[in-house]
Design a protein around this ligand. Sequence first.
Ligand code: SF4
Ligand code: SF4
Length: 392
Amino acid sequence: MARVVNPSLVKTIRKHGAGRHLDISACFNCGNCTAVCPLAEDSGGFPRRVIRMAQVGMEKELLASEELWRCYACGECTQTCPRQADPAGFMAAARSYAIARYDVTGLAALANRSLLGNLAVFGLFSSIFSALLLSRMAPGNPSLPLFHFLPGEWIHNIGVALFVVVGLSAFFGMASMTWRVWSQQRSGGTSLRLATLPGAFYSAIAEALLHRRFQQCNEDAGATEHAAQPWYVRPWLVHASVMGGFVAMLIATTLDFLIKPIGSAVPPWYPMRILGTVGGLVCLYGLSIVLLRRAQGREHPYKKSAFADWFFPTLLALTVLTGIVCEVIVYLPAPTTFGHMVFFAHVVLAMDVVALLPLTKFAHVLYRTLALTLFAWRHAPAKVTASAQAEA
Ligand code: SF4
Ligand code: SF4
């Protein structure tokens, strides 16, 4: 069967993320990146194979490649590339391109390709959430408790609708990726057994939570600056802080809405409040280091940044900061107009974060976990039957 190729694939990928800074067409397929990549040993030609797919326009295969998501952006390959083709940067741009292609709304492509597109999507969501909140806001009295100024029940209803829409968007994006991977495997003759799926899912979740391969990536990348850094600023721990803190805040907010009466006051030692506050502080720690490193631009993967690389961490940091201020304001006898403004900003920003989750580079939380599951599933040991044993 004839293979369909896209001759402008590299050009298209370069429009995503910080892709415009790189020249992957300079790659002459020497394999240095595969030789030095700390994560390459269990997957053959990774990352060279993915680069080659882009160079020859194998778009379908690239989008069906779980390997894209196995890279942790340590930058070891970029440091040793003899052609300065920046393979680590290419992998990041290709992931951004894949997020845009998996997304069914078309908003991810807009958000990931340009500053204006990013701001347009952010502006669209912020306007919708602001208009919805303003329609039920009770202004004019600075001593109104926060959840009377913006009725808790109304925030709850918007939140439920938002989770449904975002959940559907994420579901269709992940279904698109699964379909591409599965079709590719099927045409390659690989058969997958349902019985090995739970084990594959478990190993992917364990990896997502514990960052074992990311740690390995940092520890084994002997030639990079990461191996020499103090443990508390190693990239895997910084990444784990952002992700872990975010998940803790998400759990605390969800349980808060589900368990306690909407908008009711709780003491500072209320378990969900403690979980949310600790999660927020841990997340803020990770985000501060990420943003500082981007500003310094000295090490991988922070040397070349696109607006989209700055945007989501900044948005998340502002959401956490306004949330911490609200945590203090909620215990004051009267919130004041300033308190109301911070609370309004916090609710809009938090809704923006959730809405943008499947559209920005933060979507790698979903796609990496899915890719790790599919990869582990594909490589699950085949069942050895009695007849096969007899033949052996
Ligand atoms: S990206 Fe660089 S190191 Fe990797 S195969 Fe190409 S030229 Fe070699
Ligand atoms: S950035 Fe690191 S993990 Fe990713 S391909 Fe390069 S060496 Fe491997």
